[in-house]
Design a protein around this ligand. Structure first.
Ligand SMILES: [Zn+2]
Length: 55
């Protein structure tokens, strides 16, 4: 008899703190704030750019 011990270790990595701007891919505290306020994952500097130059 062969007894196989199958260990299924699902070690989920902790989700990274979601504060990375989708535009410049930089990590910034303002991204979290803008995500809550505006619904966009965007930092303040990119937010200003989009306000001036809306795509
Ligand atoms: Zn940005």
């Amino acid at each position: 008899m062969i007894n196989k011990i199958d260990k299924n270790n699902h070690n989920k990595e902790l989700n990274e703190i979601d504060c990375i701007c989708e535009e410049c891919l930089k990590e910034d505290e303002s991204v979290t704030q803008n995500l809550i306020l505006k619904g966009f994952k965007i930092c303040n500097s990119c937010s200003i750019s989009k306000t001036i130059f809306p795509i």
